[in-house]
Structure formats: C-alpha cells, structure tokens
Design a protein around this ligand. Structure first.
Ligand code: SF4
Length: 422
C-alpha cells in the first residue's frame, strides 16, 4: 500500500544481533510466491540443506494448508547455519528471505489515519533494549510496513472499549493516551502505576459510552484517573493472597505461557500431548515438583516459587515499564493484535504479564538455588512469555479469556500484582 504514517515507540531501541533465537522458535509459513522464490534459489545438500528439502506441506492428506519452511532435528529453521546465521540472507541478501523473517520483531497495527508499530519481546535484543533507537529507523520500518499493512487499514474500526461500546479512532486514542500517561508517571513504583491503570480501566469496563464523545470522554478520563490515584494506595493495605480459584486460574495461565511449542515439540504428537496434559494436571494441583515444560527449567517445587523473592529493582522496573508502554502505544494488546478482545480485557490480559513473568523468573532463579531475582532472570522470563502473548491460539480460546476476566472481576488481578511486586 502507499506509504502510511507510522507511530513508533519512543522508548525502544533495537537492532538484530544475529542470535538466531527467532529462527529456532518460530514456524515460518510461506506464500506461494515465496515458495517459488525459494525453489528458484536452487538449494542443495552441498549448501548444508539436508536432502535439499527446504519446505514442508502443511495440512492433511486431502487438503493443503500451504507450506512452511522445513526444520532441522532440533527445531531450528533449515536455513539456519552452524554459526547461527541465515543461509538465504548470506547468499541472496535480506530481500531473499520470506516476509515473516523480515518483519520480525516488528508488529504493525492499524490505528485510524496511522499505523502503530510495536515490537515482540520474544526477541532478546528487544528485551535488552539493544541497538539504535527505533524512532531513528523510520525509513527501514516504513519499507516493511509498506509490504505488510493491508490497503484497507485506514478504514478498519477501532477495537471495542468494553463488551458494549465502540468509539471512533480519535476517542479511542484518548483512552490509549490516558493509559500510557498512567504507566509513565515518574517517581511512582511500577506496581502502583499498574494498580491505578487496572482500577480506572475496570471503571471503563463498567461504563457506557453511547452518549459520551470528544471532550466529555476527556473529562471522564480525568475523573476516573483521579479516582484511581486516590483508590490505589488503599489497595496497598489489602491482602495480597489471591482466592483459591484465582491461584488455580493463575497457575493454568502460567503453564500456557511457560510451554514451548516449536516445530520439534509439535512433532512429538500424542506423546507430547500426553506430557502436556500431565503438566496441566500438575499445574492445576500446584503441589510437589513443577513439571519441566522446557529444557531450560530445572527441577523446582511449587512451594519454592511461591515464597517472596523481594521487590523489583530499578532495572527490572525499567524492563516492565518499557514493555507495557511499547505494547500500549503500539496497540499490541487488544483488537486485531490480541484475539479481537476489547480495550479493557486486553489491558487486563497485558497487566497479568507482570505476575506471570515474575513467577517464571522465580522458577529460573529457584532452579539455580537463588531466592532473589537477577535482571537476567526477568529478561529471559519475559522473552518466554511474550512469545505467546497474542500469538498462542490457546490464549485466545474462550476458556483462557474467561479465566482472565474472572481474575480481573474477582480482584485477584490486583492481588497478584501486589503479591509479585512486594
Ligand atoms: S529463513 Fe533465515 S531468517 Fe527466516 S527463520 Fe530461516 S534462518 Fe531465520
């Protein structure tokens, strides 16, 4: 499509550091044109491609669901060489690769007259904020946007605000800007900012906007933000222990975020599914040893993760604050970017990333017999979690969404944020 106006994240740096992580985690589906392009590149066993087999047909015997790139035995893309570099890139340059590889870790979301750009924190360089400021890479990002943003993007409606109401893009941006402003407040611990945001978005979830537009929405937002500023400190004195149902739903959510689903894992078929079912059963009980959902997790008991690991350090707060603001500014938490859920539900799902990530970070730390988190624990855990957020089909299913709504409506979301940030 013709060049679009891009809204770029203001806090984020990124450059590819050739870690090859994305080429090990993702299944790359290719279009027919990309299939033809790769076939014309004439890959053979001499190039290091076993049997010269570069792609696999998806779907069953009777129907084809297109093609994806083939994988090596360990699940890595067939084009990833022994030095962790892409063979297509080395031989044919950036433009020889499938579009999905060129887009990652960027994500583009229609935002009315502009397109909001977000990044996937499953990339370790994004989590580490390593590279040039993203807003200085406008021309490269525009080239990618022009290839992926559909022509009808400017006419796409704004995501709904709650289960009842939808407003137009200018009003929707007022809500997004208010959320970003709450998360950006200086000299307030991140946990408190998150609590304020949860409190006022919950009020948005209970309100009707059929008669509110423009300036009146701005007034409404000022009122609920002020109410949240007053109410959030009173929540600090409340109990931090989630209900039994809340603890169960939370552990099931953690299990969904902690699993690995590369092509190698999916190839395990029934054995893999049986293992997963057993793991879900153990997570629902929450006793004894945590089932190791990935090789990187060591043997740890649920009770070890449940103990306090202390509050967040400034470096850990910086990672989470940047994460939340990039996702909010990039509209990477609701609407088409997140299973078509409304603004309020999408933000509450996003807020849960904090306790889920810290639970997984504790698991990593406890595996090393530590009772304090390092920044590296948090960074690794966030990369694991964000790999799934908005991309794992399981998280978009009715059961998972209803668990998130239940955590939010019961107050357990607030208790979890308090519990994991103290
Ligand atoms: S084609 Fe290249 S960039 Fe894409 S997943 Fe494979 S190795 Fe990585």
């Amino acid at each position: 499509m013709a060049s679009v106006r891009l809204t770029l994240p203001i806090l984020q740096n990124w450059d590819c550091h050739n870690c090859g992580g994305c080429c090990r985690q993702h299944q790359i589906e290719i279009t027919e044109a990309e299939r033809q392009k790769i076939l014309s590149q004439n890959w053979t066993a001499e190039d290091g491609i076993p049997g010269g087999k570069t792609m696999v047909r998806m779907g069953g015997w009777l129907s084809s669901a297109g093609y994806r790139l083939a994988h090596q035995a360990d699940g890595a893309c067939v084009f990833l060489n022994e030095n962790g570099l892409c063979r297509i890139h080395a031989k044919f340059g950036e433009s020889g690769k499938p579009l999905a590889c060129r887009v990652y870790p960027y994500a583009f979301h229609p935002a009315g007259k502009s397109v909001a750009v977000s990044l996937r924190f499953s990339c370790p360089s994004v989590v580490k904020n390593a590279g040039r400021p993203v807003h200085q890479q406008q021309s490269e990002i525009r080239t990618i946007a022009d290839m992926v943003v559909p022509t009808g993007a400017p006419s796409m409606p704004a995501p709904p605000l709650n289960v009842l109401d939808r407003v137009d893009w200018p009003d929707f941006h007022r809500f997004v800007d208010a959320l970003d402003a709450t998360l950006a407040q200086p000299n307030i611990p991140l946990g408190d900012r998150l609590l304020q945001a949860i409190v006022w978005t919950s009020l948005v979830g209970q309100s009707s906007f059929t008669k509110l537009r423009g300036e009146r929405i701005r007034d409404f937002l000022e009122l609920v933000q002020e109410a949240a500023r007053v109410e959030a400190p009173t929540l600090q004195t409340a109990g931090t222990e989630p209900t039994a149902v809340g603890r169960l739903y939370f552990r099931l959510l953690v299990a969904q975020y902690a699993r690995k689903d590369t092509a190698a894992d999916l190839r395990e078929g029934w054995i893999g599914r049986w293992r997963l079912l057993r793991a879900v059963w153990k997570f629902s009980r929450g006793e004894g040893e945590i089932p190791p959902l990935q090789d990187l997790f060591r043997s740890v008991k649920f009770a070890e993760v449940e103990q306090s690991f202390g509050g967040l350090t400034p470096e850990q707060e910086e990672i989470f604050c940047r994460y939340f603001r990039v996702k909010v500014q990039g509209l990477h938490f609701c609407g088409p970017a997140y299973y078509d859920v409304p603004f309020v539900e999408g933000f509450h799902s996003l807020a849960l990333i904090l306790p889920v990530t810290l639970w997984i970070a504790r698991w990593l730390a406890a595996g090393d017999q530590r009772t304090r988190l390092t920044t590296d624990d948090v960074a690794r855990a966030l990369a694991i979690v964000d790999h799934h957020h908005g991309y794992s089909p399981a998280l978009g299913q009715r059961a998972a969404r209803s668990r998130v709504r239940s955590l939010s409506e019961s107050g357990d979301l607030i208790r979890l944020v308090l519990r994991f940030t103290r």
